[in-house]
Design a protein around this ligand. Structure first.
Ligand SMILES: *Cc1c(COP(=O)(O)O)cnc(C)c1O
Length: 469
């Protein structure tokens, strides 16, 4: 398999060449030159496979320059019952016939990002060991992504993580989750400022190409193709778990922010998985819902981005969205470049009135948005009716999925985080604290390892340079 750029400016590359970044030199995103098509015969042989075997079958199509036995070993090391709580890795919970939740959040940080990030950690370590190179990952987080990256990279040879977070602005749980890591290769930097200050520092450092090269700075953001690829696996797994035969179609409801999770669903569908509907759910930050309803994609300014009770979906633009648009507009890289020239200037583009907008339904997409009162009511209803407690993001997916599903099509709602991470909202919904598994019980009491710094690019550069080796 070869990878090209959504903006057309990259000579086709092998997987290992795009693994570490995912962003191509022309500013576009790496994407397969063509998606593999899964025949009905192959799909039949996949139905009863374990998560690990299924992951190998799927990922070996996308990561075909990694020797098969090495890839199999990486997968088997990543997807263990020890790390993800069960052999199923992503178990399906059936609320009632035809209405399911796919549990994606049983990894170390209790959010679905672990599924991709844990694999990324092992893939990075493997490729770096081959070349003898080192990598210093620099990131900014307001919560989930940072901790998921740290838990994936902790203790990995040749890798250090420098993670910036707004000092005193994450939840106690999230702070403790990250700062309690004692691994020598993890550097938590609390910035006196807000999340945007952290992100600005990352951008400034990344734009200093000399510094970036000298200290081998990389990122693990959601546009990384390997993360999308890893997420394709659970669409197949969830489909098989919710159906009896490969003649059936299903709907997936996906709480969305950066369009990473649902992009994997789109690719699974393009590969031939019988997905009838991809139901995209946003919170009050409804930039994606607006596009799927109106054809207008209007990225917001950060000042317009609202802080909500499903905070991991508080985005102003959706970094993976460009991959879907590339497919939607017939893989016309010139057109994509034109559209993102607008986006990069903070302007909107409008596909309404074009044949492309009509075609959205052919890709299975429908969308809706949720809000605080709807999400709290959903958490309460699902708890009262099924005795199942869901988190705020999952509640957004359930809400929108339930409203937009077609009759007689099994609905699979993606569970993207555990309720334990969002105790305030759970308290509001059901009047009690969410349960916590034993291993997290005293999380906030553990010793914490972090430094506090001003939002000063040069000071951060110095801090990194002194430790990056
Ligand atoms: C990141 C995240 C999302 C959004 O996923 P995208 O791939 O960015 O669309 C939803 N829920 C939770 C809990 C998350 O951490």
């Amino acid at each position: 398999m070869r990878y090209i750029s959504t903006r057309g400016g990259m000579t086709p590359k092998a997987f290992s060449e795009i693994l570490l970044s995912g962003l191509s030199p022309d500013g576009g995103l790496a994407i397969p030159q063509a998606y593999p098509r899964i025949s009905r015969e192959t799909l039949a042989t996949w139905r009863d496979m374990s998560y690990q075997s299924l992951a190998f079958e799927i990922l070996s199509l996308f990561m075909d320059d990694i020797p098969a036995e090495d890839l199999r070993a990486i997968i088997n090391r990543t997807y263990t019952a020890e790390t993800f709580g069960s052999d199923d890795i992503t178990p399906l919970k059936t609320l009632e016939p035809g209405f399911h939740i796919l549990a994606l959040s049983n990894g170390p940080t209790l959010a679905f990002k672990d599924i991709a990030m844990q694999l990324l950690g092992n893939l990075f370590e493997y490729t770096l060991a081959k070349t003898g190179e080192e990598l210093n990952i620099l990131g900014a987080t307001s919560g989930d992504t940072g901790s998921s990256a740290e838990y994936a990279m902790r203790g990995k040879k040749g890798i250090r993580v420098f993670m910036l977070s707004p000092h005193g602005k994450m939840s106690r749980f999230q702070t403790a989750q990250m700062f309690s890591l004692q691994d020598e290769n993890i550097f938590n930097i609390a910035i006196r400022g807000v999340f945007d200050d952290c992100q600005d520092i990352v951008k400034a450092v990344s734009n200093d190409h000399t510094f970036k090269q000298a200290h081998r700075i990389g990122t693990v953001n959601s546009i990384n193709w390997a993360r999308v690829a890893a997420q394709i696996v659970y669409y197949f797994k969830g489909y098989f778990a919710a159906t009896q035969s490969n003649d059936e179609e299903v709907a997936f409801a996906v709480p969305s922010g950066n369009f990473g999770n649902i992009c994997a669903g789109h690719v699974a569908r393009m590969m031939g998985l019988p997905i009838r509907q991809l139901i995209l759910a946003t919170n009050e930050n409804d930039v994606l819902d607006e596009f799927f309803r109106t054809g207008v994609y209007r990225p917001r300014a950060t000042s317009e981005t609202r802080h909500t009770s499903s905070p991991s979906m508080d985005i102003s633009k959706a970094s993976n969205f460009e991959r879907f648009i590339f497919d939607l507009i017939d893989r016309d890289a010139v057109k994509v470049t034109g559209l993102w020239a607008c986006v990069d200037k903070g302007q909107a583009f409008d596909l309404s009135g074009t044949p492309f907008f009509e075609r959205i339904k052919d890709f299975g997409f429908v969308s809706g948005s949720s809000n605080h009162s709807a999400r709290i009511a959903t958490i309460r209803e699902i708890y009262q009716k099924y005795r199942v407690l869901v988190d705020t993001h999952t509640a957004d997916g359930l809400r929108v999925g339930y409203a937009l599903r077609e009759n007689n099509i099994p609905l699979i709602c993606m569970e993207t985080a555990q309720p334990a991470k969002f105790s305030e909202s759970i308290q509001e919904a059901i009047g009690q604290e969410p349960p916590r598994s034993a291993s997290y019980e005293h999380l906030e009491d553990l010793p914490q390892r972090f430094v506090v710094k001003d939002a000063d690019v040069d000071a951060i550069k110095t801090y990194i340079a002194e430790r990056a080796g």
